[in-house]
Ligand binder design. Structure first.
Ligand SMILES: [Zn+2]
Length: 661
């Protein structure tokens, strides 16, 4: 059984020093009782906030001037009395109090301006992790550890972000480290070293005082760069508020990577209509259900962000909302603990490659959409993960290879693995040349025409018209080698559109076949000449997804989950080892862009009579919907168990009990 609790709250408390009465309406009994009623079993409370204010009896001068009580201690005692964990929050990167006292501790851009909010703006300034400020962070953390002793369940360090910095400390530091401050790459490298050193130092310090509290360093995202210091964490918290700038794609993509790092993890959303500190802004219940149940479906525990009112009075409406969802989470938990995802495809993340290391590369978003909408079971992977777990690996658009990755992929294919790659994937890193052996194509160069068109051959034309489909973005011209099969071909327009020659309102119509392939297959490797994944993210044309899905069928004729559910339904298959059972999550919530800034979910739109076929190596003993326990009739033929789920009301779990092992 994991140590992380299922129903957490992250209780922000960034409270301006200009508010004169703080915590005056805090009632410990009411606080704990309200949380308990809402089913909350862990709540992260504040030692020090972004204003730099401290909320317990401290020796430091930054104690909130309006605070007349030992608030954090009272919160901890009240919660512990009713069995609720209380990890402690400590800000690092943003501290207004210290930023004002010590402007020399601010991170500086190369022109000397500090990062973050300017002097006339309301907002946070960024403190540099390479300054004596970090001594203060450490001393204050030690104070927390000493004061609260065994009552410290965990520490949550926030804003663990260091920009490339040219403050005087970093200028000296780079000199000493033999790095060149004039080189942006060296500045980036130094920032990473500083950040990693901070985590090592803090974890070592914490462990001198507390052997087993949880430790987490938050940067609002988890990607491959966490690997160097993964051992300084005890678990992972995936901050991802869909309406707070992260969007609905961030969590499912990120968790599909993070769940392979060997740690317990939680998904953190917010109760806010928009983002953090949205006082008076409430998320629709259906949206909060979707976000929490999505966490469960990905094997994560749940955390909901809230902010406590400066008075310390807990908002009853908020906990009515949270309780309405957490009561359901509680019922679902027995099928969601200690699960591992059952997957068939690994999507290699561009974030693992320096040149394409952005948070959500368009090609990754496109691949995620295609696979999720087609009900495939997949992970997001980097070069250190075990490739042999996947029947197919996808290298979307921009996965260039160094020697190690090239070798690993080639031996994966030699051992029976299958590859689907597109555009520049398979090229040597930093070069315009394919190096992956067995791809079956040679590079000619960038396609001379764009937009151009694709005509799919019989092998991959299911669900498509027999016609030319436009490819909005420029692809490559490649030559098939001997033994390579052409699955689709490129058609050229009469000419490229320019002031010299153009035709009608948009792209020039197709004229004739180019002689170059759009999709090829050589053995177990399928190659797309266009950046189809980024294109699906950008343009959303179903044909791009359909071509990829049709190509995948050639590589993976027996996918894990087959269904007649619509593309708006998500299907996630988990295995729960302690119970020897498979749990298929079906989610059906539809985010809609109803206003300028964010996607809204208001309704639960039920699905009826969803046919599902799940590939299982043996016949289940029984199949039922959880948590209700409704038995389902099933057939087991050709390695698939087939059921009809009568009704999916937002979220349903179909359980396949395999019997005692
Ligand atoms: Zn600095």
């Amino acid at each position: 059984m994991g140590k992380l609790r299922f129903r957490q709250v992250h209780l922000d408390f960034h409270t301006s020093e200009k508010i004169v009465e703080v915590g005056n309406a805090f009632d410990p009994q009411e606080f704990a009782h309200t949380l308990k009623e809402a089913g909350v079993d862990s709540i992260t409370c504040f030692a020090r906030c972004h204003h730099g204010m401290i909320y317990y009896d401290t020796k430091f001068p930054a104690r909130h001037p309006g605070l007349k009580r030992d608030l954090l201690r009272e919160q901890i005692e009240a919660c512990h009395a009713v069995g609720i964990r209380v990890p402690i929050y400590i800000t690092v990167g943003w501290d207004e109090y210290m930023a004002k006292q010590h402007p020399e501790w601010l991170e500086r851009m190369p022109d000397g301006r500090p990062y973050g909010a300017g002097p006339l703006e309301a907002g946070w300034k960024h403190l540099c992790f390479n300054t004596p400020y970090i001594d203060y962070v450490e001393e204050q953390t030690i104070e927390v550890l000493e004061k609260f002793g065994d009552e410290v369940d965990g520490l949550f360090f926030d804003i663990i972000i260091q920009h490339p910095c040219c403050c005087s400390y970093c200028m000296e530091g780079m000199e000493r480290a033999g790095l060149n401050p004039e080189d942006p790459e060296d500045r980036k490298k130094f920032a990473k070293q500083v950040l990693d050193a901070f985590k090592r130092r803090m974890t070592a310090t914490v462990r001198r005082y507390n052997k087993d509290c949880t430790i987490f360093y938050n940067a609002g995202h988890i990607g491959p760069s966490i690997r160097d210091t993964l051992d300084t964490y005890t678990h992972l918290e995936l901050e991802s508020l869909p309406s707070g700038g992260w969007g609905y794609e961030h969590f499912p993509i990120t968790v599909r990577y993070a769940r392979n790092l060997g740690y317990e993890y939680l998904g953190m959303t917010g109760r806010f209509h928009k983002s953090w500190a949205d006082f008076g802004g409430f998320k629709n219940q259906a949206a909060l259900e979707y976000e929490c149940f999505t966490a469960l479906a990905h094997g994560a525990k749940c955390s909901i962000g809230d902010q406590l009112h400066p008075s310390g009075a807990i908002n009853k409406a908020t906990y009515k909302l949270i309780g309405s969802v957490y009561s359901q989470v509680k019922e679902k938990e027995p099928w969601c603990d200690d699960v591992t995802a059952v997957t068939e495809i690994g999507v290699f993340t561009p974030e693992a490659i320096e040149d394409t290391a952005v948070r959500l590369h368009p090609s990754l978003r496109g691949a995620y959409r295609m696979l999720e909408e087609s009900h495939y079971q997949f992970d997001v992977i980097d070069e250190q993960m075990d490739f042999s777990r996947y029947r197919v690996i996808i290298l979307p658009d921009v996965i260039t290879l160094d020697e190690a990755l090239k070798d690993k992929l080639e031996s994966y294919v030699a051992n029976g693995g299958k590859l689907l790659l597109s555009y520049k994937s398979g090229m040597a890193r930093g070069q315009q040349q394919f190096v992956l052996s067995g791809m079956g194509v040679e590079l000619v160069g960038d396609a001379e025409y764009s937009p151009d068109y694709v005509v799919a051959g019989e092998a991959i034309n299911q669900g498509l018209f027999d016609t030319e489909y436009v490819m909005y973005d420029r692809g490559l011209w490649v030559k098939p080698q001997e033994g390579t099969r052409v699955l689709a071909s490129i058609w050229n327009p009469y000419f490229n559109r320019s002031y010299k020659h153009f035709c009608s309102h948009r792209q020039t119509p197709p004229e004739k076949e180019s002689g170059y392939p759009a999709v090829t297959q050589k053995g177990s490797v399928i190659y797309f000449a266009h950046p189809v994944f980024s294109m699906y993210h950008k343009h959303g044309a179903r044909v791009y997804k359909q071509l990829v899905v049709n190509a995948l069928r050639l590589l993976l004729p027996d996918k894990l989950v087959e269904t007649n559910a619509p593309t708006t339904a998500h299907m996630l298959l988990n295995y729960q080892k302690p119970h020897n059972r498979y749990v298929l999550h079906i989610l059906h919530y539809i985010p809609q862009r109803r206003c300028e800034e964010i996607d809204i979910i208001e309704d639960v739109i039920p699905l009826y009579n969803v046919e599902v076929k799940v590939k299982l190596s043996s016949k289940p003993e029984r199949v039922y919907c959880a948590p209700k326990g409704t038995q389902l009739d099933f057939e087991y033929t050709d390695g698939y168990v087939k059921v009809v789920v009568p009704r999916v009301e937002g979220h349903e779990m179909v359980v396949f009990e395999q019997g005692v092992k």
